[in-house]
Design a protein. Sequence first.
Length: 443
Amino acid sequence: MGTYRSLRDYIEILESHEKLFRIRREVCRETELHPLVRWQFRGLPESERRAFLFENVASVTGHRYGMSVLAGACASSRAVYALGMGCKEDEIFERWLDAQKNPIDPVVVSAGPVQEVEITRGIEDAVDDIPVPLSNPGFDSSLRLTAALWVTADPETEQRNVGIYSGYIRKGGQISVGLGAGKDSRIHLDKCREKGLPLKAAVVIGPTPNLIFAAASTFPYGVDEYAVAGAIAGKPLELLRCRTADLYVPAEAEMILEGEVLPDTMDHNWPFGEFSGYMAGRGKYPRFVVKHIIRRKNPILLDLVAAHPPCEGSKLKQIATEAIFYHGLRQPAHAWQALSSAASLTPGIGKIFIVVDEDIDPHDLDAVMWALVFRVQPHRDIQTITGRRPMMDPSAVSPAQPGWHHYYPEPHGSSALLINAVKKWNYPPVALPGVAKEPGAHA
């Protein structure tokens, strides 16, 4: 597997593995870009999905952008994800385990490619010139950064956090940022609010996939995502100090937006597509004001295709959740112990948990359904558990209900299904041809 220092190196790796479509014709960011990328998720098998590099991006207004857009490059398929991890597909979980157990601290450097161009004036125009695609033409009305890293620090301990949060582009060099309750950067923001201070932040545009994987994962408070990303790459990340704050950003990034999140200045946001596959309603998000920009020449915007599954967002969640299960459920266990453990590892994520025997490929839906039909008796092998959070599942509570109902619907919260689909006793042989034993014979 190839290694990479920058997003540009990674593009070469994608191309060498025939996992990249390079689009040179003009493409409209509002009406064409995302529908074209999403088309492969609806019409192609996963093995044929690729990344798209759009080199000539325009707007419905006729404006042509000086940036390219790279979409589908992190998790359009398990094979693409493995390229980002720098390993084979069957090595992904072991690579994840090793990266979490043996993080590699980053190093600070004095200069890097992201400093090629510095922008201190015309900030508003520079932000407007980022070709952020419209995710769901016909529904979305917000231009949303989906693959930008938000770097903040705890104002009391100085521990940093690197997370992926949606950034909604507004006029005047401003971005509304969706810092969800309980997220590390939200904790930083709340502490700044108590002190009457803005939260210093840096937005990393065009990070490498290992950074995306680390930032999109859930770690205990204080874990350094940069160190985990370095371990995925097998070498320390090189970081630069920001010009306007004591924050550190990747030296090989495509663009850095430095500024402040204003704790008490909230902007109304328009509906957008959520990970559930449905449109989210309007909300209020704190405002980020851009103060300073550095970038490469001819920068590249990395974009994640999110919302309705299958998509990059769902593949990222799938593999990250599988990695958690792999880490927590490696030891032999009774089927019900495995089911209970799986349901408790990610409370609120996942609603149907199925345990199968080793002869069933969990990625093969036909095989899983066969096990459900012929290895399960519903009265004996299915349990329902309650007391869970529904996240954004509209089946748990009507979207018309006030917001607080969605955190824990009365009286029992939401529920999940545990299904024991392992064989309870010896079964007859499977009616498939056996493996040939004769020398030179083919199965």
